[in-house]
Every structure is written in C-alpha cells, then in structure tokens.
Design a protein around this ligand. Sequence first.
Ligand code: ADP
Ligand code: MG
Length: 268
Amino acid sequence: MPKLSFNQVDFAYKQNKKTYPALHNLNLQIQKGEFVCVIGPSGSGKSTLLNLAAGLLQPDQGQILLDGKPMPRPNVDRAVVFQQYSLFPWLTAQENVAFGLRQAHRGMSKKEALARAADYLAQVEMADAGYKYPSQLSGGMRQRVAIARAVALQADMMLLDEPFGALDTKKRQDLQDLLEKLWENGGKQQTVLFITHDIEEAALLGNRIIFLDKGRIRKDIPLQLPRPRRLLANCRTGEYMETVEELKSLFYQYQDAEENWQEEVACL
Ligand code: ADP
Ligand code: MG
C-alpha cells in the first residue's frame, strides 16, 4: 500500500468569484521511504501539492489517502518545513525543537524535551545557539533549527517546500548534505516530499523526481544513484548529469505560455 496517494485530484483556488485552477487530475503514488523531489516552474502547483499532502488544503475532486485512509487533519505524523517562518518567533531555538518533541510525545516533561532538543540541535551543528530566538539567527541557522525540529518529530513523512530556497550556495549545499545524512541515519524509513525549483538540488536529493507543469505531472523520473551524491555532483558523472540535462530540457519545453495560463482556463 502506498504511503501517500493522490487519486484524480483537482484543486482550484477561489477568490472574488473567480477560480484559479492549480492541480488537474493529479495521480501520484508515493511509497514508504521514498525521497521524492517535486520540481517545476513557478506557479506549476508545487506548493499546492505539498499543502494537500499536509492536509492544509482539501481537494475539490478526487481523493488523497495516507496509509490507505482518507487524509486526516494536519498532525505531527507529517512534519512540514517551509522556506521561511517555520519557527515560532516567541520561542528560542531549543524551545522550538522541544515544542515539536512534546507534540510528538505527549506526556514528555518539559525538562526532558529540552534536553533531547539539545541533542537534535547538536546534530544540525547548532548546539551553541539553543538560547537564541529566531530573529537572532541567520536564514541558514533558522532552517537548521527547522530541520532539527522536523527530524525530532520522528514523523513518518517530511514535507519540505523549498526549504533552502532563500540560502546562498554554500549554506544550501551544507543543508542538502545534512538532510541527506539525517534521512540516511534514520534508515531511510521516512518518506520525504521535497519541493524545489532547483534542478541540481532535485538530482542531488531525489530517489524520484516529479516534474510538474501547469498543475499536471509531465514526467516521473526514478533516480537510483549512490549516496552521498555530492561527489557525483562535483564530478558531474554520467547518470547525474543526464538527469540534470533531462530536467533542463523539460524546463525549456514547458516554459512557453507559462504566464496567464490560469486566466485562460478560468474563462473557459
Ligand atoms: P508553485 O509552488 O509551483 O509556485 P503554487 O502551488 O503556489 O505553485 O500555485 C499554483 C497556482 O495557483 C499558481 O498559478 C498560483 O498563482 C495559484 N495560486 C496559489 N495560491 C493562490 C491563492 N491563494 N489564490 C489564487 N491563486 C493562487
Ligand atoms: Mg511554491
């Protein structure tokens, strides 16, 4: 049974009596332990897909199943990391992680949660910054904490929406490697849905890459390359580069008529 399945899902945003279609007849089955990267031009429906998977949005048509059952409300089984604002600004880094732990483990004392939070912060190399508030941290540090919190939840699924999108190349690479390592350390048991618009990031992280365009899946590419993949990426070796080239050509193929496609659909 798939961990997550989208069956003929349609979704449109409604605003001022107009509808803005975002996903069309989307079918997608994700197995437990898959690391799926969803890539596509801006406006292609990536965030909508993630928010549906988190249970933050409900489909207009079709069905979304988690472990074969109708999608429950958002809960700690699915840890979500956004590009920004994933942390509570009124809690320190350590308290943010501890908050996640206590949500996942009801009855855990605050003291124990804070102690365990410190371990998770150490894993993301943030051991010394636990007492700081999000506003006192750089973007890269905030995302480290957000990842620590998501990992601490030990959720079955991690849903990440361009989590490293606002970071410079070096910080981004560090966090990509870190995420890969944490996922591997967890025995690759977690199912990951990772949204990106960065081709290299998708090829670096995904066991499977879904190319989305105008709310439709245009390509579903399996990618079984050895890990860690940084070396393959740096050496620009065979299958890695083939995947990068394939994704590039998909972007070229679908970039035309990207603008205003919704208006056309909405006015039909
Ligand atoms: P992506 O994450 O790939 O950039 P989104 O899922 O955010 O794409 O958006 C899909 C489409 O839905 C886009 O064309 C976007 O303009 C539209 N959209 C997103 N959010 C809203 C909203 N709140 N109201 C109206 N249209 C929206
Ligand atoms: Mg988005």
